[in-house]
Write a protein of this length. Structure first.
Length: 255
């Protein structure tokens, strides 16, 4: 009992100085947070089958940013690379900023899917048009760190649904501060639009992803993700492990 109490006190102490994530994307699902005008976010990830992808998001004006992404599989090694069928494009506008009683609310479009490219689609479908809500909380008035909740719905228009799939999908996510520079991420894409027996890639379980993000500064972040915990992908015998880097800066300074 004393050992459990000691562990609880240590976790409470280190969580008290932790910061909220405020990321524009959890692991794969979008959040309702936005970039400042003239702010730029660069991201890159390494994933299964020697895959690599890059992403750049730019704050165009207050509450609105746009981004592009591209990648492929077999980038490392001697095999011929398999490039994604098309670049990903993302646009997002924050309809309502977060206040004490209500969350951030954002409307967006994202054509970037995830996992390997299985022509004519990604392993995990892109979100397409989406509406997302995000809210940060200070747990026990900040004594136990921060907690972020995210939920949304989307309509994919870039990958056609097979017979038996719904067109509307939903997703949820949670992030919890663990240390001053570490956050736990957990998200679940219900994959209603890719759960029928006719799906070429999905077993109908949805995609559960878990990650740890280390923040070396306000600008530089390193993330390790364990994806598809439920082994929803028909070709998966094990979970997928990915590494992600995120860097934020401003391309000019405002007066």
């Amino acid at each position: 009992m004393r050992k459990l109490l000691a562990v609880f006190l240590v976790i409470s102490a280190i969580s008290a100085i932790a910061q909220p994530v405020n990321t524009k994307r959890m692991i794969d699902i979008p959040t309702a947070f936005t970039l400042k005008q003239a702010e730029i976010e660069l991201g890159g990830r390494l994933y299964a089958t020697d895959g690599m992808s890059t992403e750049i998001n730019i704050g165009i004006f207050k509450d609105f940013f746009l981004g592009v992404s591209y990648g492929g599989s077999r980038i490392i090694g001697s095999e011929k690379p398999v490039w994604n069928g098309h670049p990903g494009v993302r646009l997002q506008y924050r309809l309502l900023p977060e206040e004490y009683y209500y969350p951030n609310i954002a409307l967006g479009f994202d054509s970037q899917g995830y996992g390997v490219w299985i022509d004519p689609r990604y392993q995990v479908k892109s979100k397409g048009f989406y509406l997302v809500f995000s809210k940060n909380y200070f747990v026990s008035e900040g004594n136990l760190g921060t907690l972020g909740l995210h939920a949304g719905a989307n309509y994919c228009v870039t990958e056609e649904a097979v017979p038996g799939d719904d067109n509307i999908n939903a997703f949820i996510g949670i992030d919890k501060s663990l240390l001053k520079n570490m956050n736990l991420l957990c998200e679940y894409d219900l994959a209603f639009n890719d759960n029928s027996d006719n799906s070429p890639v999905s077993r109908g379980k949805g995609y559960l992803n878990i990650g740890l993000r280390w923040s070396f500064s306000n600008q530089l972040h390193l993330e390790f993700d364990i994806k598809d915990v439920l082994k929803n992908f028909k070709g998966a015998d094990n979970v997928s492990r990915e590494l992600r880097v995120i860097y934020n800066t401003a391309f000019f300074t405002q007066n």
